[in-house]
Design a protein around this ligand. Structure first.
Ligand code: FES
Ligand SMILES: [Fe+2]
Length: 451
């Protein structure tokens, strides 16, 4: 029997602040079949994806009238449409005649949605407008044959959809995250590209890697001189989680504190462009630290100056905020990484088998608050498996880790994963999965039948 939920009661996650390193509790385990079996993936297909709010696109994908974006997850496909009236709507991607898919990918300038099969045509509000040889159908009331609606809403620069029209509103589903992140002004970010890459792991194996920083000392060792990977406070809401992590100072894991030169070299390798420093070639000596300051303060000043050079006002942010990552984990499959001048979103979608997923990376750039530049559709790119992502060292290390993280889960003696309190955001994912799938927290191993 794998007992889940020792760490957190149903009520405890709301607003709870967790610090890692509490040693008195026993580890929590989660059955490994959740990551490798078709039965569990089927349960997710039936009960999770059609019923949960999920990130579908950036606002930039559908900013202008006539923009249409297809979001696919498993066998579900949704069309997100910006109408002539400026209203955002979403529809199931199925023609009301014989069900053909209507559109794929991202398109702009549409004035209607026309089925390629027999050319039934819908307006951008989803209303049936035209049926060739209509009399052959007898009475065919247009009001009964509109595209099937999907719930859609936005938060900041992100568009969410939910097939469940009775689901709680997005604002409520997002718990305290909009308020918690308000100081970052996420509305000012524009999506510049969306990169998709297939990976040989379960969608949860991938997203779990963005729900803990325990693995920094495993696969991201280059980061250790410039990040406190141990003491970052975590917060759990009902559905979602958060980590705050401070950069510009060394990990407490070092017995001997690295000197400023080591911190500097690591910082430049991980995020030098934020401070206006090229990440290629010799980084040179660490900047001089004036009396009364420290290297972290100097790095904050460099980030502030680099932002000002780009027309971005950092006046609202403290030095500490400029070098502290806010990482939000949105149930079920999204991680949002932000600094005041940086927004990057990773989404994990299920693939054709439990051992496959799609990793989507949305890259954003902050615009000056007063910018009047029109939003434009980002560049969407799908890379073949094994490609190098154009998003820096750290994410590529996570990608490289995906295959071995998944393959080990298949070994016959390995029946459960074990979580520390530092990995509480992974546990929160499972607690929510249990609610959505209707399985008991203390389920019997390998039993995925509903309770
Ligand atoms: S399936 Fe769309 S018009 Fe026939
Ligand atoms: Fe990682």
């Amino acid at each position: 029997m794998a007992i889940l939920g020792r760490e957190l009661t149903d009520d405890a996650p709301v607003g709870a602040t967790i610090t890692s390193g509490t040693g008195a509790r026993k580890p929590v385990t989660v059955p490994v079949h959740r990551y490798i079996t078709h039965a569990f993936a089927d349960l997710e297909r039936q009960r999770l994806w059609p019923r949960v709010w999920q990130l579908a696109a950036s606002v930039d994908h559908v900013a202008n009238s006539g923009d249409v974006y297809e979001y696919a997850v498993g066998d579900l496909s949704v069309l997100i449409v910006r109408g002539d009236d400026g209203v955002l709507r979403a529809f199931q991607n199925a023609c009301r005649h014989r069900g053909s898919e209507l559109c794929s990918g991202t398109t702009a300038g549409n004035t209607e949605i026309r089925c390629p099969f027999h050319r039934w045509t819908y307006d951008l509000t989803g209303k049936l407008r035209e049926v060739p040889s209509r009399r052959g159908f007898g009475a065919l009331p247009s009001a009964d044959y509109g595209l099937l609606p999907v719930a859609v809403d936005t938060w900041g620069p992100l568009v969410f959809v939910n097939h469940d029209l009775d689901a709680e509103p997005l604002g409520s589903f997002l718990d305290g995250i909009p308020d918690d992140s308000a100081f970052l002004g996420l509305d000012d970010f524009r999506c510049t590209f969306l990169v998709t890459i297939p990976l040989p792991c379960n969608w949860k194996t991938l997203i779990d890697g963005f729900s803990e920083t325990y693995h920094v000392q495993g696969i991201h060792r280059e980061m250790l001189p410039c990040v406190d990977d141990v003491n970052g406070p975590q917060q759990l809401w009902r559905h979602h989680g958060k980590l705050e992590q401070r950069y510009g100072l060394p990990s407490p894991r070092f017995r001997a504190r690295p000197d400023d030169q080591a911190v500097w070299e690591s910082f430049v390798e991980i995020m030098g462009t934020r401070a206006g420093v090229s990440m290629d070639g010799d980084v040179g000596p660490a900047p001089a630290v004036p009396d009364g300051n420290d290297l972290r303060g100097v790095l904050s000043g460099m980030v502030r100056a680099a932002n000002e050079a780009k027309g971005l006002d950092s006046g609202a942010f403290s030095d500490d905020q400029l070098l502290t990552m806010q990482q939000y984990n949105l149930f079920p499959n999204v991680t949002i990484v932000t600094f005041p001048d940086l927004l990057s979103v990773v989404r994990s979608r299920p693939g054709p088998s439990p051992d496959e997923c799609f990793m989507d990376v949305f890259a954003f750039e902050r615009q000056p608050a007063a910018s009047t530049a029109a939003r434009a559709q980002p560049m969407d790119v799908t890379l073949p498996e094994g490609s190098e992502l154009p998003v820096g060292l750290v994410l590529n290390q996570d990608v490289t880790n995906a295959r071995r993280a998944q393959r080990g889960l298949h070994q016959p003696g390995f029946t459960k994963i074990t979580l520390s309190s530092e990995e509480c955001r992974i546990l929160n994912l499972h607690r929510n999965l249990e609610r959505w799938l209707g399985i008991a927290p203390s389920e019997i191993e390998n039993d995925v039948s509903p309770s």
